[in-house]
Write a protein that binds this ligand. Structure first.
Ligand SMILES: Cc1cc2nc3c(=O)[nH]c(=O)nc-3n(C[C@H](O)[C@H](O)[C@H](O)COP(=O)(O)O)c2cc1C
Length: 431
């Protein structure tokens, strides 16, 4: 029996390939132009996607290397809400840098504006450069960040619940809202002091949908306790299945029903595999090789600056002998083992998606692979990370989505109005 999947468009600048902005047809001059994002959301909506998603960070990064951030996600999503009707709208929110009252208010407002289409991706942030824009000399420890994240989530949920479902009366001769149904939360925890209630009535979805993407033990536990959907990183089906089993076991041990898990997916689609590889190479050749080689030399702990770019890679020492950071090194060994790339192809793979899965080929071949992941317990859907925008998402929507629909693997029309409904989630009542 076919299983229906979820699809999410992860919007990132000119695309997820680090050289995408250098392509002659890129929209790099339009990254401050809201119509660029509105058009992307409409494309994803034409493809009947569940949602679009913006990641977010709090520091400018290396501006010479390409666009990292431009428009702020929540204000951008407010405009995108007005340009679309069905698609979900998701933004990252950092529990380390926001306060719960501020974040709960903005998300509730956006949920009203979009009539129930908002989700948030709860992150704890990573970089000292971000911390130093928000009153911290350096990033708080991992444990401290996750302790704050759990309290942040509890407080957000309590604030949205501070207005009961039927609190609003709009009775011109009587009450605007019933004060007995709008209650303070009087939260006093380790990290936050929040009286409440929220100054916005209950959002249309009750609570905006909570996504999470933690990888560590604490990250997975936080996801198990709170997440209603999860963004995952999986290089291949084996690692996707292992992550899937681990998360669903943690979710079950919290007494919760299984959550939707969506690994990231980079696709190069064309009418033949050779043509799809041409698309990939078009981006790979735009990478400034000196920078990429310097970065790869760091990742693998040896100088590769004079290796031939278009020849297969020499054998690298096994993981056990490598003394540097092992996670990225393990991914590189895996890419070399499975894909036998040339040095230039490896730089391109790392520049687009890194440890995320990459599928290259015809629409049928990509649909086959996606189907295999969903039917064999590796995914409930995918977080599409198009290497170039808008071209790669146009290709996906025009070529892969129809194949998935013909196979009964993906919706032909929206059957609900809210993001919760697209994801098959219950609407929570105020607890
Ligand atoms: C699809 C995806 C999107 C993410 N978006 C963000 C983001 O916008 N901002 C951020 O600081 N971290 C983001 N992360 C990072 C994670 O939230 C998390 O910090 C990282 O996976 C490390 O996990 P850990 O802290 O549990 O070790 C994202 C991760 C994934 C897989």
């Amino acid at each position: 029996m076919a299983t229906s999947m979820h699809l999410n468009l992860f919007i990132m600048g000119c695309g997820h390939h680090k050289a995408a902005w250098r392509h002659p047809s890129s929209a790099v001059e339009r990254l401050g132009d809201i119509s660029y994002y509105e058009a992307l959301a409409r494309t994803a909506e034409r493809g009947k996607f569940d949602a679009v998603f913006f990641a977010d960070g709090q520091a400018a990064g290396n501006v010479a290397d390409g666009p990292l951030w431009f428009l702020e996600p929540l204000t951008t999503l407010a405009a995108m809400a007005r340009a679309t009707e069905h698609i979900g709208l998701i933004s990252t929110i950092s529990s380390t840098f926001y306060t719960p009252f501020h974040a709960a208010r903005m998300l509730a407002s956006l949920d009203h504006i979009s009539r129930g289409r908002v989700g948030w991706n709860l992150v704890t942030s990573m970089f000292d450069s971000e911390a130093r824009n928000h009153n911290y000399p350096a990033m708080p420890s991992h444990a401290e960040r996750y302790s704050r994240a759990a309290e942040f989530a509890d407080t957000m949920l309590a604030l949205w619940d501070s207005w009961e479902e039927d609190a609003l009366r709009c009775d011109r001769a009587g009450l605007f809202a019933d004060p007995d149904k709008v209650q303070a939360i009087t939260h006093q925890g380790e990290h936050f002091l929040v009286d409440g209630p929220l100054n916005i009535p209950r959002p249309p979805q009750g609570r905006p949908v909570l996504f999470q993407a933690g990888a560590s033990e604490q990250g997975r536990d936080l996801a198990a306790r709170y997440a209603e959907a999860i963004y995952a990183v999986a290089y291949d089906l084996d690692s996707a299945q292992a992550y899937y089993r681990d998360i669903q076991a943690r979710v079950a041990s919290c007494g919760r029903s299984p959550v939707a898990i969506m690994p990231g997916l980079v696709t190069y689609v064309a009418s033949s595999e050779a043509e799809a590889r041409v698309r990939q190479r078009e981006l790979d050749v735009l990478l400034p090789t000196q920078d990429s080689l310097r970065q790869l030399s760091q990742f693998i702990g040896q100088d590769c600056s004079d290796w031939a770019l278009d020849a297969p890679l020499p054998a690298l020492p096994p993981l056990e002998e490598f003394t540097g950071p092992k996670g990225r090194y393990a991914t590189i060994l895996r890419i070399i083992d499975c894909e036998k790339p040339t040095l230039r192809e490896l730089l391109g793979r790392l520049a687009a998606g890194g440890g995320h899965c990459t599928m290259i080929g015809t629409p049928e071949k990509i649909a086959d692979e996606m189907q295999r992941w969903v039917e064999q317990g590796g995914a409930d859907g995918f977080n599409l990370m198009p290497p170039a925008l808008p071209s790669s998402i146009d290709d996906f929507v025009d070529q892969v989505v129809p194949v998935l629909q013909q196979r009964g693997l993906f919706r032909r029309e929206y059957t609900g109005c809210t993001l919760r409904e697209h994801l098959g989630l219950e609407r929570p009542s105020a607890s």
